[in-house]
Design a protein around this ligand. Structure first.
Ligand code: PLP
Length: 267
C-alpha cells in the first residue's frame, strides 16, 4: 500500500472513531418530510453518525396519513440492542412511538442506560394531518416514558394531550402545564411555543431548577418535520459534549437557519 493511501485510511478511521453517534428511535414517513428521514438528514448535517431503530412504518403524503404499521416490540428491542452493541452511542432521540406496547419495550430496553442522554419528542399526530398514536399510548407515555427521559420536547398540543388538558393559549399557561408534567416525573421539558402567536417564537426550558426562555424572531415559513429536526439536533449537540442549555440554544439556531432559507423562498 502506498503511503498516501495509508494516510487517507488512517484519517477515515480517525474520523469514524471520533464522530459522535446518536441513536434515533423513530417512525418512517414515506413522503420524507418528517420522521426518521428528517432525523438522519439533521444528524448528517451536524456531522454526527446515525444508528436507527424503527418504531413504525407509515405511508404518508405531505397532506395525509394513509397507513401506519407499528414494529413488533421484540423487533424494536432487537434493533436497539444491535445499535448499542455496534457503536458508541452518545445520545438517544426518540420520536414517534406508535403503541403502548412499544412504549413498554422502550422503558425496558433503555432503563439502564444512565450515562446516555435521552431526548423524547412525543409525536402524537402527523404534520401531514392524522393520528400517529394508538388510544392507550398517552397513558403509557405518562406511566412508562416520562421518568426515563432527560428532556421532553412537546409542542403546545402534545403538552395538553399528555395532561388531558385543553391547549394552552398563553406562554404562562404552557409553562404551568409543563410544571404539571414535571410533577408526574419528567426531568426537563422544552415547551415549544411555535404554535402560539406573537412576534417572537418563544420556547421555555422548564425544570425543577427554574425556567429558561429561548426566543427568536417568528419566521413566515412552513416546514414539516420541525419537531424532528429540533429534537435530533439537541441530541447531536449533547452527543458532542454540550450541556443542555447550550445544546438547546444551538439546536434552535440550527432550526432557525433552516426555516430562514424557506422563508426567503430559497428552496
Ligand atoms: N415522525 C413521523 C413518522 C411523522 O410522520 C411525523 C409527522 O408527520 C413526525 C414524526 C413529527 O413531525 P413534526 O416534526 O412535523 O412534528
Amino acid at each position: 500500500m502506498n503511503l498516501s493511501k495509508a494516510s487517507t485510511l488512517t484519517q477515515a478511521f480517525f474520523l469514524q472513531a471520533t464522530t459522535p453517534h446518536v441513536l434515533i428511535i423513530a417512525g418512517s414517513d414515506s413522503s420524507g418530510g418528517a420522521g426518521i428521514v428528517r432525523d438522519i438528514e439533521t444528524a448528517n448535517s451536524l456531522s454526527c453518525k446515525s444508528s436507527v431503530a424503527i418504531t413504525a412504518i407509515t405511508a404518508q403524503t405531505n397532506d395525509r396519513v394513509i397507513a401506519v404499521k407499528a414494529a413488533a416490540p421484540d423487533l424494536l428491542a432487537q434493533q436497539i440492542h444491535a445499535a448499542l452493541s455496534s457503536n458508541p452511542i452518545k445520545a438517544i432521540k426518540i420520536g414517534m412511538v406508535a403503541t403502548a406496547e412499544n412504549a413498554n419495550c422502550l422503558q425496558k430496553t433503555l432503563s439502564n442506560l444512565n450515562d446516555i442522554p435521552i431526548i423524547y419528542d412525543p409525536v402524537l399526530a402527523a404534520s401531514s394531518g392524522g393520528a400517529l398514536a394508538k388510544n392507550n399510548l398517552i397513558k403509557a407515555i405518562n406511566e412508562l416514558l416520562l421518568g426515563g427521559c432527560d428532556l421532553l420536547t412537546p409542542n403546545i398540543s402534545e403538552l395538553a394531550q399528555l395532561l388531558s388538558a385543553r391547549p394552552a393559549v398563553s406562554d404562562q399557561e404552557a409553562i404551568e402545564q409543563a410544571k404539571k408534567l414535571l410533577q408526574k416525573g419528567a426531568k426537563a421539558i422544552l415547551v415549544k411555543g411555535g404554535h402560539l402567536s406573537g412576534e417572537l417564537a418563544q420556547d421555555y426550558l422548564v425544570t425543577n431548577q427554574g425556567v429558561i426562555p429561548f426566543s427568536q424572531p417568528r419566521l413566515d415559513a412552513e416546514m414539516r418535520g420541525t419537531g424532528c429536526t429540533l429534537s435530533t439536533s439537541i441530541a447531536c449537540y449533547l452527543a458532542k459534549g454540550d450541556d443542555l442549555p447550550l445544546a438547546l440554544a444551538k439546536a434552535k439556531d440550527y432550526l432557525f437557519s433552516k426555516l430562514a432559507i424557506i422563508s426567503k423562498g430559497e428552496v
